[in-house]
Design a protein around this ligand. Structure first.
Ligand SMILES: Nc1ncnc2c1ncn2[C@@H]1O[C@H](COP(=O)(O)OP(=O)(O)OP(=O)(O)O)[C@@H](O)[C@H]1O
Length: 359
């Protein structure tokens, strides 16, 4: 029987219960920086441009009418070039920034309306951050960096150490507990950053350009570690990046920002196959479709000929994987099955390769 379940469906029930309430809803959120943002907000509805706000009103439009539903237990990527508003947006989620207008609902509760005590609890127990520059304390060992959050929470030392040892092991740092950050490479330091965030066991992980300071190969390694861990931890992860390949690799969903507005959001496949405008088209032009597009997007519903001699693959299979499987099998056709095992149609090798190349 083919395993056609999505990673979310495969997650352990207990973990799903823990994370299912931690969806994040950003609704009608705008942020204007300046002396009197409340005077600028009404102008946004009248269509005043970012440039006019800057030139005429001497304010900066950071974000304009952002609406994003971030599913619980999934990786939501926020992608955009420098100055598009990514950091401003992620900082609203733990209310390091207050919106000029709009709501940030976490588990249905508006973060912007929390009392100082509620906000403190929320930040401490519900969210953890991984920073671009790692944010490790240089005079603390790896272990003491990893326990830091639990120490603040007043958790007994033995439990702090247990949790830290577990997560340091999971990110491949067993044996490095007594090293200091300066004794580690950048990639290893960011593993500590990730372990420290996981030690807190918060359901929401906020990762602001977390892998952007790393060399390309190390960066891909870190992405693999995160994806592997996410199969088990099923956190609600908000991941900021300016890199499309990283966005496509990590994001269950991706929102692309430009000049403080969402230009397009959806799955990587949706964005690559149906770019919303020229701007997005330019972004996705050089994407390796084989790593993004699934058989489901290519197969046409048709009856399966009785004598077909092919391999069977689930419709969620990526084109690149499908080609490898086909070549390894020595056969010439793929029978594509839906998540319930029903045959949807057949695909030949040339058809799959043509879909990888694109129009
Ligand atoms: N405190 C602030 N005061 C005034 N303008 C600000 C402030 N913070 C951000 N901005 C402006 O808001 C816009 C969005 O900035 P933001 O830092 O969120 O973008 P970004 O996509 O994260 O960029 P980068 O990738 O360079 O960090 C920019 O025009 C920026 O100059």
């Amino acid at each position: 029987m083919l395993d056609t379940a999505t990673p979310l469906q495969r997650a352990a029930p207990a973990r799903r219960e823990q994370t299912q309430d931690h969806a994040i809803e950003i609704r009608g959120l705008s942020k204007v920086f300046g002396k009197t943002p409340e005077k600028i907000v009404p102008l946004l509805k009248q269509g005043v441009t970012k440039q006019e706000i800057m030139d005429v009103h001497k304010h900066v439009l950071g974000l304009n009418d952002i609406n994003i539903s971030m599913p619980a237990g999934a990786i939501q990527v926020i992608m955009g070039l420098s100055g598009s508003g990514k950091s401003t947006l992620i900082r609203h989620i733990n209310r390091l920034i207050d919106p000029s207008v709009g709501e940030v609902l976490v588990a249905g509760v508006d973060v912007c309306k929390m009392s100082p005590k509620e906000l403190r609890e929320f930040r401490r127990h519900k969210t953890a951050m991984v920073f671009q520059q790692f944010g490790l304390l240089p005079h603390r060992t790896v272990l003491d960096n990893a326990v830091y959050g639990l120490q603040l929470q007043g958790v007994p030392r033995a439990r702090q150490v247990d949790a830290a040892m577990h997560w340091l092991g999971r990110v491949g740092l067993s044996g490095f507990e007594n090293h200091y950050p300066h004794q580690l490479s950048g990639g290893m330091q960011q593993r500590v950053g990730l372990a420290r965030a996981l030690v807190n066991d918060a359901p929401i992980l906020l990762m602001d350009e977390a892998f952007s300071a790393l060399d390309p190969l190390i960066r891909v390694d870190m992405q693999s570690i995160l994806l592997e861990l996410q199969k088990e931890i099923r956190k609600t992860i908000v991941f900021i990046t300016h890199d499309l390949d990283e966005a496509l690799r990590l994001g269950d969903r991706i929102a692309i920002l430009r000049d403080g507005e969402v230009v397009q959001q959806g799955t990587g496949q949706e964005i690559v196959l149906s770019p919303a405008d020229e701007y997005i088209m330019d972004f996705v032009r050089h994407v390796n479709r084989g790593k993004v597009v699934q058989l489901s997007a290519v197969v046409e519903r048709q009856a399966i000929p009785p004598d077909v001699d092919g391999i069977e693959l689930p419709c969620s299979t990526l084109l690149e994987t499908a080609v490898s499987s086909l070549l390894a099998s020595g056969k010439s056709m793929i029978v594509v099955r839906d998540p319930w095992g029903e045959a949807l149609g057949c695909l030949s090798l040339p058809k799959v390769v043509a879909a990888m190349v694109g129009p």
